[in-house]
Design a protein around this ligand. Structure first.
Ligand SMILES: [Zn+2]
Ligand SMILES: [Zn+2]
Length: 561
């Protein structure tokens, strides 16, 4: 794979295509070589989720047109961990990558394989398993994985070495000596890296607005055990399915309280299987499927549920609405939200919490007790890392604008020589220094819309959003070749009020506008079908606007016999 690249004139560049200035869709490129002859290492390929602004869109992916153009110069795709915002786009986008090998640690590989298995694709997928701590060549890059703490097994930072120097890409991390899954942050290795001399630190910014250090996953385990022990009746705990440490903590708490664990939600089973296959959960972990729920007495149950983000089809939402086929909660039961609400999901989560309160179910969140800890570094942790690796250049990533800016200011305060504020699409030359933004490449978003992946600017989702505000009117017209109306026009209204404030039918208002318009067009000109359609469309929108105060979308189907 590796071509000999002349070091003379070569540059080491960093290019974020997602993950800076927004939530999710982490996608970063590291390049080595001269302009026009660079080889690339891709780090992560994640998604974010559609909200109310993207009706009907479940998943938003990064636009990879730059990668497609460069696909013959891509040495590999390396995944830092199995969170959706880091690896969720691989399956949709890898066909465009022309067989580029995908490197992942055993747990991440297992999670990817279970997704591939769902679509029958495991064989032939170019997956290379690379354990934590491993070091190998990928194209012109010498790549090493360093163990970090986070909220999933095997999160890794990546050291990317080139003949010009080295960069450290942290992935998602925190300092937690007790992450309760894979090995904690490898401080010794990071310190050694600082000794060797590191050029650039490209680092997680999520919690750069917060002082201090994040509490440990072990603290959460203690709180969950207490709450479950003291609860008088059923307890349901909702978590991010991928939080294997938390699954283990809930299972242990259930066992210690003499309760049975019931697992609710398909995503949770997938994670449990992957964690058992890689040694992060006990193979003898005892749990029931959800059909056992109503056979167990209330004081003997702990249910572990998906849907902590208010996802409407996940277990927790259906339980709260009383629509779950097997799991019902009622007065005196407890639901623990052992999770953080991702910005954008607040309304959906509070709808569920209100529905539970209406059932007189007690709701416990991280506002009430230490039932969740973040997997990202606060300033105290950032300060430690900067002290260990002592980079010449800092580039904040993984955060919204205010996180990135807080991180940049903090890095300056810590005395980092150069802080680069890059946004998606900005190509940063790391070496030879000083670092500088040297180019801009196109970036954007793709929507997974049903079975189809489209560009966000293709417009159908924008149109759908418009329909959700103003509804639509379809008009069917039949004209003779000479321009006579051969039948009464038909109108079909979707999403409009039935009548105006005076009680006149909205359909009649639309139909009158159609007839009035046709009659106002001289017969000779009615042969111009485009003119007729456009005139009808405009008049319907204007007439409805006068009656309703809103202009619906209007389509005209014109038949000439
Ligand atoms: Zn993560
Ligand atoms: Zn992340």
């Amino acid at each position: 794979m590796s071509r000999k690249i002349d070091r003379k004139g070569a540059e080491f560049v960093f290019l974020p295509l997602g993950g800076v200035g927004e939530i999710g869709m982490n996608l970063y490129l590291y390049g080595y070589g001269r302009d026009g002859a660079r080889e690339w290492l891709i780090v992560d390929m994640g998604v974010t989720f559609g909200g109310e602004a993207e009706p009907g869109v479940d998943v938003i992916l990064p636009d990879i047109r730059f990668i497609e153009e460069e696909r013959h110069n891509i040495a590999g795709l390396l995944l830092t961990h199995a969170h959706e915002d880091h690896f969720g786009a691989v399956i949709d986008l890898w066909p465009q990558l022309a067989g580029v090998p995908v490197y992942a640690t055993p747990f991440t590989a297992e999670m990817l394989k279970s997704k591939l298995a769902e679509i029958g694709l495991v064989n032939g997928f170019p997956l290379q398993v690379m354990p934590l701590g491993d070091r190998r060549s990928i194209g012109p890059f010498d790549v090493e994985l360093i163990s970090m703490s986070h909220s999933i097994p095997e999160p890794s930072a990546v050291v990317i070495r080139t003949p010009l120097g080295a960069a450290l890409h942290t992935g998602d991390w925190k300092l937690d000596e007790n992450p309760l899954t894979s090995a904690p942050t490898d401080a010794e290795r990071l310190k050694a890296l600082g000794e060797d001399g590191l050029v650039a630190l490209i680092c997680d910014s999520t919690n750069a607005v917060r002082d201090g250090v994040s509490p440990s996953e072990a603290d959460v385990a203690v709180t969950l055990a207490r709450l479950i022990r003291e609860a008088p009746r059923r307890v349901a705990v909702t978590i991010f399915a991928s939080n294997v440490a938390r699954i283990g903590s809930v299972a242990n708490a259930a066992r210690a309280a003499g309760r049975e664990l019931v697992v609710v939600g398909r995503a949770m089973f997938r994670v449990i299987e992957a964690a058992q296959a890689t040694g992060y959960l006990d193979l003898n972990l005892a749990f029931h499927e959800e059909t056992a729920f109503d056979k167990l007495p209330p004081h003997k149950i702990v249910a572990l549920c998906t849907g902590s983000q208010g996802e409407p089809r996940a277990a927790m939402a259906r339980i709260a609405q009383g629509e779950h086929p097997n799991v019902k909660l009622d007065a005196g039961d407890m639901v623990i939200f052992s999770s953080r609400t991702i910005p954008g999901n607040e309304k959906a989560v509070s709808r569920i919490q209100n529905a539970l309160a209406d059932l007189r179910v007690e709701v416990v969140t991280d506002q009430d007790a230490a039932v969740h800890v973040s997997g990202h570094p606060r300033r105290g942790e950032l300060e430690q890392l900067y002290g260990w690796v002592r980079p010449t250049v800092a580039i904040p990533m993984h955060g919204e604008g205010r996180h990135l800016e807080a991180h940049a200011k903090f890095a300056e305060k810590l005395g980092v020589k150069q802080v680069v504020r890059a946004r998606n699409g900005a190509m940063v030359r790391l070496l030879p220094g000083p670092a500088a933004i040297i180019d801009d490449v196109p970036v954007g978003r793709l929507y997974r819309d049903g079975l189809i992946v489209t560009r966000a600017d293709d417009g159908q989702v924008r149109e759908r959003r418009k329909l959700s505000f103003v509804g639509s009117v379809a008009v069917s017209l039949v004209l003779s070749e000479k321009g006579h109306l051969l039948a009464d026009p038909e109108v079909a209204l979707t999403g409009l009020p039935a009548a105006d404030n005076e009680g006149s039918s909205m359909a009649e208002i639309a139909r009158d506008a159609v007839i009035g318009t046709i009659e106002s067009i001289p017969r000779a000109r009615r042969k111009d079908q485009a003119l007729v359609s456009e005139a009808v469309r405009r008049s319907v929108r204007a007439a409805v606007n006068q009656a309703w105060g809103k202009k619906p979308v209007c389509s005209v189907l014109l038949t000439v016999l």
